[in-house]
Design a protein around this ligand. Structure first.
Ligand SMILES: [Fe+2]
Ligand SMILES: [Fe+2]
Length: 317
């Protein structure tokens, strides 16, 4: 097992931005001075997630793009604002086939001058629907995720349900086993599930089994886990990261914890935080779909570890 010498994460897309939060040793953000300078482009936020994970190993850097936000414009705008060329990316991972995670992928591929390998679960391409409480249907919402189009734009698709290693010290979790009692299959208790996919010509429950996360092993620290939406549950995701790498110690957790979905009982958030505390990570950064209540609860219960991530932030591990 190789371990990274260092990791720098740049948050390219996030739901939140706040230019008044001061910098710390751990996290630097484009703040007021950056945003008021007319020579700079202001950073944009949108309901989505994208992280550039830069791994330093043996004097070299390996850069992984994890997810690509919702629109085809915000990720490219923020990369340009932060002076990051799309060509520096060595590998991409799309956590699952929901538009707030793959939305900007095609635009990134088109903006590059060289092809890019992209790991994605085959189920990301299922024909998907949202069925509202009153029966109204949002039709085939992931129709803009098309293999042919991605390949024509230079995407070299690695369709994988199993864990895949990328460069030094980095892996995908592959499909995540649902073992934690409060993170079972199906819709979270108390919520009417609205996610459906087409199977045998009928709408069926969409378990979002394509959900996968990124793992990087950091020297002397432990695992760094980056989740997209954590449809499989953030604790199940961490357990799978431990199983894939054989490394127990968890150093940092970033990403959507999927606890902000309307109707998810607060009890689930409480149980998640209890488990997170047991893992004693140095950093916990609930983002994107984690929900405001969960952000507040992690900040209260794990004040040393809590990290509020924002669009454009750069975190050094
Ligand atoms: Fe999702
Ligand atoms: Fe999401």
């Amino acid at each position: 097992m190789n371990f990274a010498d260092g990791i720098t994460i740049t948050t390219l897309v996030e739901n939140y931005i706040d230019i008044l939060i001061p910098n710390t040793e751990r996290i630097k953000r484009p703040g007021l001075a950056f945003h008021f300078d007319p020579r700079n482009k202001p950073i944009q936020a949108e309901n989505g997630i994208s992280m550039l994970v830069d791994i330093s190993f043996a004097g070299q850097n390996y850069r992984i793009l994890f997810d690509a936000g919702l629109s085809d414009s915000v990720i490219l705008h923020n990369m340009s604002a932060l002076k990051i060329s799309p060509d520096i990316i060595d590998h991409a991972v799309i956590s699952h086939g929901h538009p707030d995670h793959y939305g900007g992928l095609l635009a990134v591929l088109k903006a590059r001058s060289v092809p890019l390998p992209v790991i994605i679960h085959p189920n990301a391409f299922l024909t998907r629907y949202v069925v509202a409480g009153n029966g109204w249907v949002i039709p085939y919402y992931n129709q803009s995720l098309r293999k042919e189009e991605l390949e024509a734009a230079g995407g070299r698709l690695v369709l994988a349900a199993n864990p895949v290693q990328m460069g030094p010290a980095a892996f995908t979790t592959g499909e995540i086993p649902l073992k934690t009692p409060f993170e079972p299959p199906g819709p979270p208790s108390g919520t009417p599930s609205s996610l459906r996919c087409l199977k045998n010509g009928k709408f069926e429950e969409d378990e979002t089994a394509d959900d996968l996360a990124l793992i990087v092993c950091l020297k002397d620290k432990g695992l760094v886990v980056v989740a997209g939406c954590a449809h499989a549950g953030i604790i199940n995701t961490i357990r799978q990261a431990q199983a894939v790498t054989g490394v127990e110690k968890v150093h940092a957790i970033f990403g959507g914890f999927h606890l902000g979905f309307p109707g998810i009982p607060e009890e689930k958030s409480d149980k998640t935080i209890k488990e997170l505390k047991r893992l004693r990570p140095a950093i916990v950064s609930p983002m994107h779909c984690s929900g405001f209540k969960t952000l507040v609860a992690v900040a209260r219960e794990m004040p040393e570890a809590f990290l509020l991530n924002t669009a454009g932030a750069q975190i050094t591990l």
